[in-house]
Design a protein around this ligand. Sequence first.
Ligand SMILES: NC(=O)c1ccc[n+]([C@@H]2O[C@H](COP(=O)([O-])OP(=O)(O)OC[C@H]3O[C@@H](n4cnc5c(N)ncnc54)[C@H](O)[C@@H]3O)[C@@H](O)[C@H]2O)c1
Length: 382
Amino acid sequence: MGIVGAGFVGPHHVDAVRRLGYVDIVAVAGSTEASAKKKADAIGAARAYGSYEALLADPDVQVVHNATPNYLHYPVNAAAIAKGKHVISDKPLAMTAAEAKKLLDQATKAGVVHAVTFNYRGNPLVQQARLQVARGDIGTPHFLVGYYLQDWLLKDTDYSWRLEPDKGGASSALGDIGSHWCDLAQHISGLRITHVLGDITTVIKKRKKPTAAREAFQAAGTNDAFELVDIKVEDLASVMLRFDNGAKGCFSVGQVCAGHKNDVELEICGSKSTLKWRQEQQNEIWFGHRDKPNEILMKDPSLLAPEAQRYAHLPGGHQEAWADAFSNLMRDIYGFIAEGKKPSDPHPAAFATFEDGYRANCVIEAILASAKAGSTWTQVSY
Ligand SMILES: NC(=O)c1ccc[n+]([C@@H]2O[C@H](COP(=O)([O-])OP(=O)(O)OC[C@H]3O[C@@H](n4cnc5c(N)ncnc54)[C@H](O)[C@@H]3O)[C@@H](O)[C@H]2O)c1
């Protein structure tokens, strides 16, 4: 494999793949040769390239991971497919639904394996929740509610390329973390979001943009030089939802919510029971009942459905976490590639494709259109 972009999440791609044991970490591409060399040394990759084009020209790279800022997702993914490489892109798949659709069509035509890192799918209890909904344990879902909240953009000194539309896209919080929530809700419930009504807000309207580059989640130093810039994209949003079975829902995203670090929560209320999974307590599922005491299922392979067991690698009481789920995702994707499967073959559960990435782009675009129209119900066009 070769990776383009080794900032915050890139090294986690490498770590997750290395744990599989049968994939060579061939190369890293950075924005300059010097930065790529530094990253390659840190990650333990054999080769360093100063451009993604150079990495794509390396015949030993068979799978390309794209962990660059959003505006580079389309060009890097498209160039990798054009070279006949399999592509694992970070989310959002592209800056717009139209670009995401082009990538899906291009990858399908080229016959390369395509994946998007909706990594929460790799959690054993997410798979357990999905299987329990599918086998009818909570009855018919009628309400899906939750949030994805963080606090790393709470201060006006916090800054990221995610806040610049030309680098992050027309949406910030929704595209960055709302895309994860929407994928998770649809993945666990098996339902599709058909209509949205969005209310979006920019809480911090002016930020101190550091003059020197800073990577994601890196706090400002007290003496950092900055320029004051206007922020046009949302750092907070609330969205009402309608699903294809008639279920209703709502979720909020915010990156200005103190105390919430990476707080993803999804609750599905069904005709029999309710199920809740929360990323910050990811080794538990809560079940709410009307006629008997509520229950908590603690992750323990012996208590999981057989199809969920393979996502759990430690016995009960041994906590599994974000990086383990990320590695499960890679296990599903690389297993698929190693077995020589075609993109049209059935995919393992945790494996999200460019089609899932495209769908998430469509939902986010519909939310932005709804908010722009004065928060009106808007159909998602896929
Ligand atoms: N799946 C997840 O949970 C998750 C988590 C974090 C980030 N992400 C996604 O991953 C992507 C990267 O996010 P991040 O937080 O790691 O950002 P980051 O800014 O920390 O890292 C991006 C890296 O890309 C490099 N880069 C920039 N231009 C480049 C170029 N032309 N060629 C090669 N490298 C280049 C930068 O130098 C930097 O090292 C984003 O699209 C983000 O949405 C996903």
